[in-house]
Design a protein around this ligand. Structure first.
Ligand code: C2E
Ligand code: MG
Ligand code: MG
Length: 760
């Protein structure tokens, strides 16, 4: 994973963690808050319910107290009833009954006999309300059926004292409906959802409020309140707590239960009027808390909606991030592929190689060298067989190299046909062996055309040197063995670096040198061999008068051919030659054929022939005064182009010679298509004048050239012996130090004049 992607992934992971943490934090805080609010509201509501119940309790207390006081007051006023007239008693009872809205008031004698203004002849000796009052207690009874009234009634009874002695009982019958309507809560919100009761210590329901709650939670008045379905639903422990609380003084409490899936709360509290009585309210919790629930519900919905939106947003974010990361990863993979996988060979690119060798060099104790190699004339292979075939060749070369590497070695294609290998080695012989093995493995792969490879080796001494620099050094070495006949290896030396620096310096200076006429025209005479040597022409040879000393072309021409500066230089020399010819013409010096060297680099320039003609025209020199020397090696680049150019030059009137003939692989056969005037036989043939076979070849070449209508000239003649030999072999002309060295054109003028004088 590259650094950019890593950074993105880390960022996304951190963001994701932050989002998840935020959601969790939000959910926790919101839930805690909701629970807190719920708790608060719950307790507030509990307090509220308690308060309204307490208030109602006070009311109920007063209600009962009033009734009890009423009965007690009546009993006081009737304390002397035994001495009162019955009519008086009856009218008192009737008045009290009517004023207070009771069903009836009665007086009961100690034996249970009832004195009633309605003249009822009954005995209530067995009635609890009678018996309890007779024991001195003011009492409110359970609902009983009042026959005369044909309705249920609560009886409030009190003893009649006379001189601190109980002499009877007064009892008031009050319709249960009177109480029922008063017992329930009349507070807004709960008025229809709560039932009030007055229950005594034994669990008897004394008064029951109007029934508003469902039947399932309404206690049967016949049974004990404690045994009702409602209280049973609270569970045995809770039930027992109520029973115990009811026996205690000043007790109050609440209990919750679920009946038919609904929540109920029962509040109970002592009635101060009578410690045996308790006021009980049963609430339907859902309705009592309906506001709270509604509030909580809306809060919960808001909370859930918000949480949902948050989760959806987070999900959307994750999806987008995931897609982004995926496309980023894909793009990254693609980029890595482009950056690290060579599109032609499928092996490493130079970038990948750089990363790999960093690792290798840092962690490995072995000695390594960097090998740069390329395929000679690969461009020609491409042109000849097509790009597909060229690429196929590169793939085969790469695969072969790969097969010949050890696990800890690697390689890459730098560009075109240039490869680099990181090779481990013990000594120089080892490097040589390994490279030779690679060369023969590659040769083995190619049956039709065996590529010639040039290898440059840079021994890595300091592993911290940059790869670029190592490659440059290996390349420098490689270039020194380029275009050899067979695959070769060169080892980088500091001297190579020195010459490279020198080349750089030359490159920096060359344009200025041309502008300031540091390039000077030298001429080397050519002589005929048929009789006594007669001057037939001269070859223009460039010299660089650099910092006062004369530099030979061998030092700069190969470099100028590489950087194509030779094009400018050749035109400059032709220009100088034309000036010279014109000068001689103006000075009356007899003109002579001058040959000018033209590099093979020109052949790739379509305007080349035009340019030569133009230069001649500029100076008014006929092309027939000029001979163009083209080296035999120009045929390597493209024979067809060479043929075309030679034809073109010939048509414009130039003389043509093939220079250095025999130095390369050119065959006599190639000459038949080239309309050249002169064949310049290379001086390699002269190295062994005693070698019969070599002499036979020269003789053969000379004969052949003559057959094709060409003249021959041999260059590099240094001895009389060589001159004699060539004369004997029928060579037309000669050029060499034996006759004259290249000289400044001004010196050459003397030679012309001298030869002219001799001839005349
Ligand atoms: P070349 O065209 O084959 O020129 C002949 C070379 O042989 C010249 O070397 C010349 O000085 C040398 N030579 C002549 N006689 C003898 C001899 O008896 N013994 C020995 N050992 N050498 C002899 P020079 O001037 O150093 O030029 C070298 C090459 O540089 C030339 O080979 C030619 O290919 C190239 N060159 C020179 N001037 C120019 C130029 O203006 N343009 C181009 N394109 N190439 C040039
Ligand atoms: Mg020449
Ligand atoms: Mg030559």
């Amino acid at each position: 994973m590259n650094k950019g992607l890593k950074k993105n992934v880390t960022k996304s992971v951190l963001l994701t963690v932050a989002i998840i943490a935020s959601i969790v934090a939000f959910a926790t805080i919101a839930t805690t808050f909701m629970l807190y609010v719920y708790g608060q509201l719950n307790s507030v509501t509990d307090e509220y319910v308690e308060e309204i119940t307490d208030r109602k309790t006070d009311y109920v207390n007063t209600l009962l107290e009033n009734d009890m006081k009423l009965v007690q007051n009546l009993s006081s006023s009737l304390s002397d009833y035994e001495n009162l007239d019955e009519k008086v008693i009856d009218s008192t009872l009737e008045r009290i009954t009517q004023i207070n809205g009771y069903l009836n008031f009665i007086l009961v004698k100690p034996d249970g006999e009832v004195i009633s203004y309605r003249n009822e002849d009954i005995n209530v000796a067995s009635r609890v309300y009678f018996k309890t009052a007779l024991q001195g207690k003011v009492y409110i009874s359970k609902p009983i059926f009042s026959n005369p009234d044909n309705s249920m009634a609560n009886v409030v009874s009190a003893p009649i004292y006379n001189d601190s002695k109980i002499v009877g009982v007064v009892a008031g019958l009050r319709s249960v409906n009177d109480y029922s309507n008063e017992i329930n809560l009349a507070v807004r919100g709960v008025e229809n959802n709560a039932n009030g009761y007055i229950v005594n210590t034994d669990g008897d329901i004394i008064i029951s409020g109007t029934k508003l709650l469902p039947d399932a939670v309404i206690p049967n008045e016949e049974e004990s309140f404690f045994d009702s379905a409602l209280i049973s639903a609270a569970g045995e422990n809770e039930r027992q707590r109520i029973v115990d609380d009811f026996t205690k003084k000043d007790s109050a409490g609440s209990v919750k239960m679920t009946v038919d899936g609904k929540q109920y709360i029962v509040y109970y509290t002592d009635l101060a009027t009578d410690p045996d009585l308790h006021y009980v309210v049963v609430f339907d919790e859902s309705t009592v808390f309906s506001d709270l629930f509604r509030y909580m519900e809306s809060n919960l919905i808001m909370y859930l909606v918000f949480l949902g939106v948050l989760i959806i947003m987070a999900l959307a974010y994750f999806i987008i991030m995931h897609t982004n990361l995926r496309s980023l990863r894909n793009a990254n993979e693609l980029m890595s592929k482009v950056a690290y996988e060579d599109s032609v060979t499928g092996f490493s690119t130079y970038n990948k190689f750089e990363e790999d060798i960093k690792e290798l060099l840092q962690h490995d104790y072995r000695r390594y060298c960097l090998v740069s190699f390329d395929i000679d004339k690969f461009k020609a292979i491409n042109d000849m067989f097509g790009h597909e075939e060229g690429n196929h060749m590169l793939r085969q070369v790469a695969e072969t190299v790969q097969r010949n590497l050890l696990d800890w070695e690697t390689f890459a294609r730098v560009n075109s046909d240039n490869f680099v290998i990181l090779l481990s080695y013990k000594d120089d012989a080892d490097i040589n062996d390994r490279i030779r093995k690679i060369i023969s493995a590659i040769s083995y792969e190619f049956s039709n055309y065996v590529p010639v490879l040039s290898f440059g080796v840079y021994r890595i001494v300091d592993k911290n040197v940059s790869l670029r620099r190592m490659t440059d050094c290996a390349d420098i070495a490689r270039r020194t063995v380029k275009y050899q006949e067979e695959s070769s290896v060169a080892y980088f030396t500091d001297a190579m670096l020195e010459s490279m620096r020198e080349e750089k310096a030359i490159e920096n200076e060359m344009q200025n040198a041309l502008d300031t006429h540091e390039f000077s025209l030298y001429l080397q005479p050519k002589f005929s061999l048929s009789g006594p040597p007669v001057l037939t022409g001269a070859e223009a040879l460039v010299r660089w008068i650099r910092k006062g000393s004369v530099v030979s072309p061998g030092k700069f021409i190969p470099l100028f051919e590489k950087n194509r500066f030779i094009i400018k230089l050749d035109y400059y020399i032709l220009d100088q030659v034309c000036r010279c010819l014109k000068k001689w013409e103006s000075e009356g010096i007899p003109s002579i054929l001058i040959s000018v060297n033209m590099s093979r680099v020109h052949l790739r320039d379509p305007g080349f022939v035009d340019k030569l003609e133009e230069i001649c025209k500029t100076h008014g020199v006929a092309p027939s005064m000029i001979e163009i020397e083209i080296t035999e090696s120009a045929a390597y680049d493209s024979m067809d182009v060479l043929i075309d150019v030679v034809h073109d030059l010939k048509n414009r009137g130039f003389h043509i010679s093939i220079d250095d003939f025999g130095s390369g692989y050119s065959s006599l056969n190639m000459l038949k298509d080239l309309p050249v005037d002169v064949l310049k036989i290379d001086r390699v043939f002269l190295t062994e004048t005693n070698n019969k076979r070599a002499n036979d070849i020269i003789g053969h070449v000379i004969k052949m050239a003559r057959t094709l209508g060409m003249e021959t000239i041999c260059e590099g003649i240094e001895t009389d012996e060589q001159a004699q030999l060539l004369r004997s072999l029928g060579c037309d002309m000669a050029q060499g130090f034996f006759f004259a060295k290249p000289m400044p054109y001004t010196d050459f003028e003397r030679i012309i004049e001298r030869s002219h004088n001799i001839n005349h």
